[in-house]
Design a protein around this ligand. Structure first.
Ligand SMILES: [Zn+2]
Length: 268
């Protein structure tokens, strides 16, 4: 049985060529250029999904303003989720258990990754995020949200460091590295080559889907956040049930992962 409903969450730091924050938002003309490259890379994933028999593809624009993808240049059979609803689902807005598989495009490594391109975790206020003692990039956190809905994450593209982190969490995932960090620089594929590899990678991932499982950890979940600033830690410590376990570290224990999402969403 082929996957009918595919969900794609698209970030921008892991798009081919993107190397500076100026290229990911605001009034810099280079941002307009990279929006196009981002849209093309998402289209490569969408094309593979439809070629493999998908009937519905929903794309979540998940970077910055969540208004990056260029609507009329996106594959015409897909649907696009823009802006933030302020729900705890964030970069996974609109996902539910009716989907069969999830692909991530343009993702990046977690904060403090030595060779990660524009590496950070969520807002940038976080030094590290752990669930059940396992350090999570945004990739991992969003894969856990996917697991909450029992949908497997089967593909990710981004920089090499992110792909390595993704494989550590989900060894069977298909990955495509479109660039390799060299300090603050990066070595990039040609955008056309990246599109070819993304399309082929999503096809391979869909072939493997029957063997892939949702990413889940054992309940009760222990969520720990190391904040960069004491103000953030002081604020999060007031969340009901939160415990201060270090000068900059706040933890919560939850039986239901939705409660972890609530804490993460509201506590900083
Ligand atoms: Zn982003």
């Amino acid at each position: 049985m082929s996957a009918k409903k595919i969900y794609i969450s698209a970030d921008m730091e892991g798009i081919t060529g993107v190397i500076h924050w100026d290229e990911t938002g605001g009034n810099n003309p280079d941002y307009q250029y990279f929006r196009k490259i981002m849209t093309d890379e998402v289209n490569a994933a969408i094309e593979a999904a439809f070629e493999k028999g998908a009937t519905d593809v929903v794309v979540r624009d998940a970077h910055g303003t969540a208004r990056n993808l260029i609507p009329d240049q996106l594959h015409e059979k897909s649907k696009l989720i823009r802006e933030w609803s302020k729900s705890p689902f964030g970069m996974m807005e609109g996902l539910d258990d009716s989907f069969d598989a999830i692909c991530f495009v343009g993702y990046h490594a977690k904060a403090q990754t030595p060779f990660g391109t524009l590496a950070h975790t969520m807002s940038g206020a976080i030094f590290d995020l752990r669930v059940n003692k396992i350090s999570m990039p945004e990739f991992g956190w969003n894969a856990l949200i996917a697991g909450y809905f029992n949908v497997p994450v089967i593909f990710v593209s981004g920089d090499q460091a992110l792909c390595d982190q993704a494989k550590q969490l989900i060894p069977e995932i298909e990955t495509v590295a479109v660039k390799q960090g060299i300090g603050e620089a990066s070595l990039n594929l040609h955008p056309k080559k990246s599109r070819q590899l993304i399309k082929a990678g999503v096809s391979r991932a869909l072939d493997k889907l029957p063997k892939m499982k949702p990413f889940k950890l054992d309940s009760p979940y222990v969520l720990e956040i190391d904040f960069k600033k004491k103000e953030s830690a002081n604020r999060a410590a007031w969340y009901p049930g939160a415990e201060r376990v270090g000068d900059f570290t706040i933890a919560v224990k939850c039986d239901d992962f939705l409660d972890c999402m609530r804490f993460f969403h509201l506590a900083y």
